[in-house]
Design a protein around this ligand. Structure first.
Ligand code: C5P
Length: 232
């Protein structure tokens, strides 16, 4: 897999999602399915989008005891998605169990990446709510190193952290970065953002882009612009 733009399909129904994807007549964008759509429509929405020829990042952020995560990952591996994820906070043992569950009998498996610290968590909430006193970027790098140690393929991180993750974990370790906005676009509720071009320059492997494409008056043009800036 190379550099790509992943479109966050944060819709609440199958119909809205398929109507959106139908606009793309010239290509099959890489699609992110998150909790909202998956919980609304179940595994069938994954099969349907896969059948239409899209690559899928299934963003369910698993976090539970190792045995439960292993079994859940085993179910997800049958959906034939391309990337799935979990929380690094579940520990190295949980991440190793996840890989075991995800690996099919023939040895193949989807890519597995870890959420480090959610970008909605700031230093204050980390210290007060989670009792983690270290600086947030140190925590993110620590989680990335633990994910690598467990055998994962990469992390979800802010574009601002991607370069440092590559420096510490190697250039092969994938960085998947949300928080992308056009230079002339609305930031919305994202706090730390980068343009697709800046994300390319700092070495993100995949950018996850939602509203700048899905809420655009012309989603196909917005997607094309994103690809042009990010991939070239
Ligand atoms: O609409 P927008 O471009 O902000 O969408 C970003 C997508 O990436 C959303 O689906 C959001 O849930 C996801 N995400 C994020 N920040 C993270 C992890 C995931 O924005 N740290």
């Amino acid at each position: 897999m190379g550099k790509d733009v992943i479109v966050a399909c944060d819709f609440s129904s199958k119909q809205a999602t398929l109507d959106f994807l139908d606009m793309f007549t010239y290509c099959k964008p890489f699609v992110k399915i998150g909790m909202e759509l998956y919980y609304a429509e179940g595994p069938e929405i994954v099969r349907e989008i896969k059948k239409r020829g899209h690559k899928i990042f299934l963003d369910l952020k698993l976090h539970d005891i190792p045995n439960t995560v292993k079994k859940a990952m085993s179910v997800l591996s049958e959906l034939d998605v391309d990337i799935c994820n979990l929380h690094a906070a579940g520990t190295v043992n949980m991440m190793k169990a996840a890989i075991e569950g995800l690996t099919r009998e023939d040895g193949t498996r989807p890519l597995l990446i870890a959420v480090t610290q959610l970008t909605s968590t700031d230093q204050k909430s980390m210290e007060e709510d989670l009792l983690i006193k270290e600086p947030i970027d140190k925590v993110v790098m620590h989680y990335a190193e633990k994910a690598k140690q467990a055998g994962l393929d990469g992390v979800v991180c802010s574009p601002l952290e991607a370069q440092k993750v590559h420096n510490i974990c190697g250039s092969e370790f994938l960085t998947v970065t949300p928080g992308v906005r056009f230079a002339d676009g609305d930031v919305g509720d994202q706090k730390r953002v980068m343009t697709p071009e800046q994300a390319r320059l700092i070495g993100s492997d995949y950018i996850v882009v939602g509203r700048p494409i899905t809420a655009s008056d012309d989603p196909v043009a917005a997607y094309k612009r994103c690809c042009k800036e990010f991939i070239g």
